[in-house]
Design a protein around this ligand. Structure first.
Ligand code: NAD
Length: 313
């Protein structure tokens, strides 16, 4: 099968490209950032809104499309929806919907941020009323509405709502990546809000498996991708410390408006459609991410390369 991945040079996109190649697919990646060609992988360095001939043709003739390109990060600079977020999360999605034929399965990455968090330990369900806390979530809802129109007119589209995704190559702006860098460098972790806040965290490898299974099931709709288990930020910090063999020093900062106190996924629909349950193990996940980050730190000339689970002095 010829499969197109938009956002192929990004954190989740790069893992998805790899998993699709391993499964024997011919993959075309579209991303304005460059990535390296490999057997069964052709990267196209193009912005989705450029009208690039090769990228547009790839989307028109693909057997399946995973649309992951977007401008993520829940924190906003102000209450307004930023122009660039709107461009990359809404207009780029409109462009993809215009090009991909209705018969091709289209898997679109939305986000759990549309829920605005879970309250009183109740997991978020796909039919819950969206309660966006910031511009990022608002643009994801706009993108979902465009996808709903495709589904209403008989086109195949699956909107995924991943909860926090972690693992090797995690975006450097994400909390876990920042904490690992801080602890490895002997600096304090800056934790925003309270350490009792909690997150449903999924291994990126489980996320790409879930997305690939969703592409295979003959349905349209919206599906959470999470684990159904929440970890307190205190537990995540402690795991980072244990893996790195250091006692993290934590500084608490003010809770950002866009960050909900808790997130938790109801994954019954994911299970029902794919018979797949992500079984992320937090310690193993942090260990792999630390190992990769230490490699990157060592390459960038900072101290810290070496064995995991040992003090890195
Ligand atoms: P990422 O920033 O690492 O990857 C996104 C990629 O999209 C980037 O490489 C960027 O260059 C590309 N891109 C953006 N706009 C583009 C455009 N107009 N044309 C071409 N390329 C463009 O992000 P990620 O963490 O891999 O997230 C992938 C998707 O999943 C995003 O849509 C994000 O909103 C969503 N998501 C991520 C998480 C998470 O925890 N990482 C959680 C929920 C949802």
């Amino acid at each position: 099968m010829a499969v197109v991945v938009t956002g192929a040079a990004g954190f989740i996109g790069a893992h998805l490209v790899e998993a699709l190649r391993q499964a024997g697919h011919e993959v075309i990646g579209i991303d304005r950032r460059r990535s390296v060609p490999k057997p069964r992988y052709v990267p196209l360095a193009a912005d989705l809104l450029d009208g690039d001939d090769d990228a547009d043709r790839a989307l028109r003739y693909a057997d399946a499309v995973f649309h992951l390109a977007g401008r993520p990060g829940v924190r906003d600079r102000g209450p307004q929806v930023d122009f660039w977020r709107h461009r990359d999360n809404v207009i780029a999605t409109a462009r993809v919907l215009e090009l991909v034929p209705p018969s091709a399965p289209l898997i679109v990455a939305s986000s759990s941020s549309v829920y605005g968090g879970s309250t009183n330990g109740r997991p978020c369900r796909e039919h819950d009323v969206p309660r966006p806390r910031g511009g990022y979530a608002t643009t994801k809802i706009e993108g979902e509405k465009l996808c709903a129109r495709r589904a209403e007119s008989g086109g195949r589209v699956i909107v995924c709502r991943p909860f926090t995704v972690a693992g090797e190559g995690q975006r450097p702006d994400m909390a876990l990546a920042q904490w690992i860098r801080a602890v490895a460098a002997g600096q304090p972790i800056r934790l925003l809000g309270s350490s009792r806040r909690s997150r449903d965290i999924t291994d990126v490898r489980d996320v790409v498996t879930a997305m690939m299974r969703l592409a295979d099931c003959a349905m349209s709709g919206t599906v959470n991708i999470g684990t159904g288990t929440a970890h307190t930020l205190a537990a995540v910090v402690a795991t980072v410390g244990r893996v790195l063999g250091r006692d993290p020093h934590v500084e608490i900062g003010p809770a950002p408006r866009e960050d909900p106190p808790a997130t938790l996924a109801d994954i019954s629909r994911l299970r029902q459609f794919t018979a797949f349950t992500p079984r992320t193990n937090l310690h193993a996940l942090v260990e792999r991410q630390v190992r990769a980050a230490i490699g990157a730190l060592a390459n960038s000339g900072l101290r810290g390369g070496g064995r995991v689970s040992q003090p890195i002095r």
